[in-house]
Design a protein. Sequence first.
Length: 342
Amino acid sequence: MNLPELTEFVKELGEKPFRAKQLYQWMHEKLSPSLDDMTNLPKTFREKLKENASYTSLETVQMYESDIDGTRKYLFGLGDGNIIESVLMRYKHGNSVCISSQVGCRMGCRFCASTLDGLTRNLTAGEMLDQIYRIQLSTGERVSNVVVMGSGEPMDNYDNVVRFVRLLSDENGLNISQRNITVSTCGLVPGIKKLADEGLSITLALSLHAPNDEVRKTLMPIAYKYSLSEILPACKEYFEKTGRRLTFEYSLVQGVNDNLDEAKKLAELIKDMHGHVNLIPVNPIKERDYKQSGREAIEQFKGYLEKKGINVTIRREMGRDISGACGQLRKSYLKKEGEGES
Ligand code: SAH
């Protein structure tokens, strides 16, 4: 709940409105994991809250820290026993957290581990926030950037994601600048259009991964539903309404989308889009036969885009020693647990 909603709720419980502010501070500023910590709230009020509401606090099931770069991966347990994963990346410019927006995913991208078992459920705004709260509290270091690029498709959980963004950037909470929040989508057009009208100044990242629908369909089933001729105008509208430059994510898969001809088509496709391309050498998952493009192919691809005046970066691989990206850790944990039971 945001502060006005919480104030209403607290009043309905027969308490003074200022209690809402105190409660909000405990939750969103002090990042308290439990109602029992909130010592300046009367015990009777805390009991009432326990009876009438549920308090979201994720349990850290496992945490791995990379010896190479200090990246941390967290497996969190939700109240209903589901497991999600989040990642902390430490950069010179600050700490960035990558959160999950759903338990699993139903988008079916062929190279992605998060979608292999389909969608279990949406995360609430509180469950998204708490991934960041637990991480900040466990390191004692401020989180300055958040990317919604973990498991799940944010536009498939639209209302909760927008609520999450507003709470995360609330000046009475962690107060993370909206400019430091990125939401990544596989291209759900109605969601992109709606987000453009929310009055937010977050960065939108589009998972493009191919320069045309034909190749895109082989990697991303969602390409059958929305064509690039609908997605790109929606992205352009996002830029025009928000003034925020777009990011195009392009995972390079050997022999699928990484040749020079595809770089040419990509440059042509996005030349008027005011975007920046983030090339991601695909992380192979064992359930599929996709291979990372070679160093040379990656450099050639990048070089061509640069020659055409497009801003390009290659995503630096982080935390390689602590098990892959995009749902791989959760997947291997669930598998191990399952084997343990049988
Ligand atoms: N559902 C959102 C966010 C998910 S993941 C989306 O599709 O954008 C964030 C990015 O990682 C997406 O671009 C996704 O396509 C990419 N990704 C997923 N699995 C990957 C893998 N194994 N290797 C490289 N990139 C991957």
